[in-house]
Design a protein around this ligand. Structure first.
Ligand SMILES: Cc1ncc(COP(=O)(O)O)c(C=O)c1O
Length: 360
C-alpha cells in the first residue's frame, strides 16, 4: 500500500503550461504575471491591494518596518503558532507579548486584557490550522484601546469569519505560499493584503530596493521581490483554491464522523468557515499513536512541539515570560493527521482504521 503523506502540493498540466509560457517569455521578475496575481489575490481577499514578496516572513517584516514600530512597542501574539509569526515583531525592535489560545487553537480574546500595557501598539492574531480567530472580539478590543490588528493568514487562505474573508478584517493580512499551504506557488512566496494605500506603496517600495522608479530610491530597501514563474503557477492554483478547500472540508468531515468520541476533535465555531490547513486531534497517547501510524505508512506532524514562549531564542531574550496553561498542556497532546485538497477519502478511512486499531 502507498504511503499517505501529511500534505501535498497542487500541480496540474495547466500549471506546467503556464510555467513553460513564462520560461519562453524572457521576463522573470515583477512583471505581468506578478501584477495580475496581485490583482487576483486582492480581489479574492476583498482588499484594495495585494503586494507580493518572497515569503510571509519577508512580507510582514517589510510591513512592520513601513508601519514604523518603535523599540519597546509591544505586540500581543499567540505563543501557539509557527515561530515565524513572532520574528518580524522582534526584527523591528518591538516585543512579542504572548497570549494563550482557546480550544480552536487561536488567540483567546478573553486573555488580551491581562496582557495589555501602556506600550501595547497592536495585536497579531493567527488563523491557525485554517480556523479563523475570533476577529469580532479581537477588533472590538483593539478599537477600544487604539490598537491596530494584523492577521496572520498563512494557514487560512480562503477561510471566512462571519462572512468576511481572512485578511480583509484587520489593517492588513499576511499570507504564505510555502509548499504545504492551501495556496502554493512551487516554492517560497507570500503577500500582504490591505486597504491602506500607504502601507501597500511602502511595502512595494521596500521589497525592491526602496525604489519608486527605476533610478530613484526613496528608501533603503531590500531585494525581496517575487518571480514571474511562481506568479504564473500561483494564478492557476488560485483558480482551484475554493475547490481544494471544499475538498479539505470533506476530508475533515469524514475524519470527524469516524473519530468522534475516540480522540479530541478540532472544534469549529458556528461563525467560522475553516479551510483545514491542518487536521489536528488531541490525545494523551500522542507519541505512541504517531509511531503506530508511521508503522502503517501514514505520516503525521506536530504543529508545534515547542511553544514559542519556551523557545531558546525567546527565553534567552525576555525575562518576564507568562505561563500559558492551554498552550503548555496541548503541545504534548496535539497530532496533525494527513490532509490536503486532493486527498482520497479512502486514504482518510485508512488513517481512521489505523487509529481505531491503535485505540482498541
Ligand atoms: C502561521 C504561520 N505564520 C507564518 C508563517 C511563515 O510563512 P513563510 O514560510 O512564508 O515565511 C507560517 C509558515 O510556516 C505559518 O504557518
Amino acid at each position: 500500500m502507498a504511503n499517505i503523506p501529511l500534505a501535498q502540493v497542487f500541480l496540474n498540466d495547466e500549471i506546467r503550461q503556464s510555467v513553460a509560457a513564462v520560461i519562453e517569455s524572457g521576463r522573470y521578475i515583477l512583471s505581468g504575471e506578478c501584477q495580475a496575481f496581485e490583482e487576483e489575490l486582492a480581489a479574492y481577499t476583498g482588499t484594495r491591494h495585494a503586494v507580493l514578496s518572497s515569503s510571509w516572513t519577508a512580507s510582514v517584516s517589510l510591513l512592520l518596518e513601513v508601519m514604523g514600530l518603535n523599540p519597546g512597542d509591544e505586540v500581543l501574539v499567540p505563543s501557539h503558532t509557527a515561530f515565524p509569526t513572532v520574528e518580524p515583531i522582534i526584527h523591528v525592535g518591538a516585543k512579542p507579548v504572548f497570549v494563550d489560545v482557546g480550544d480552536t487553537y487561536c488567540m483567546d480574546p478573553d486573555q488580551l486584557r491581562e496582557s495589555l500595557s501602556s506600550r501595547t501598539v497592536g495585536i497579531l492574531p493567527v488563523h491557525l490550522y485554517g480556523h479563523p480567530a475570533d476577529m469580532e472580539a479581537i477588533t472590538k478590543f483593539a478599537d477600544s484601546h487604539g490598537l491596530w490588528v494584523l492577521e496572520d493568514c498563512a494557514q487560512a487562505q480562503g477561510a471566512f469569519c462571519r462572512g468576511s474573508r481572512v485578511g480583509s478584517m484587520g489593517l492588513a493580512g499576511g499570507f504564505s505560499f510555502y509548499p504545504s499551504k492551501n495556496l502554493t506557488v512551487l516554492g517560497d512566496g507570500g503577500c500582504i493584503c490591505t486597504n491602506d494605500d500607504g502601507l501597500a506603496e511602502g511595502v512595494r517600495m521596500l521589497r525592491n530596493h526602496g525604489r519608486k522608479s527605476k533610478f530613484t530610491h526613496e528608501k533603503v530597501g531590500y531585494n525581496l521581490r517575487f518571480n514571474e514563474i511562481q506568479a504564473a503557477a500561483g494564478r492557476v492554483a488560485l483558480r482551484y483554491l475554493d475547490q481544494l478547500n471544499e475538498h479539505r472540508r470533506a476530508v475533515a468531515q469524514r475524519y470527524g464522523e469516524r473519530l468522534e468520541g475516540k480522540v479530541e476533535l478540532p472544534p469549529v465555531r458556528p461563525w467560522a468557515e475553516p479551510v483545514y490547513h491542518m487536521y489536528v486531534i488531541r490525545t494523551k497517547r500522542r507519541d505512541a499513536l504517531a509511531d503506530h501510524l508511521q508503522g502503517q505508512g501514514i505520516a503525521t506532524g506536530i504543529h508545534y512541539p515547542v511553544a514559542n514562549h519556551q523557545q531558546p531564542a525567546i527565553t534567552g531574550r525576555y525575562p518576564d515570560l507568562p505561563t500559558l496553561p492551554n498552550t503548555e498542556a496541548w503541545v504534548d497532546q496535539i497530532l496533525s493527521l494527513p490532509i490536503h485538497g486532493q486527498m482520497p477519502l479512502e486514504d482518510v478511512d485508512r488513517v481512521c482504521d489505523a487509529i481505531a486499531i491503535f485505540l482498541d
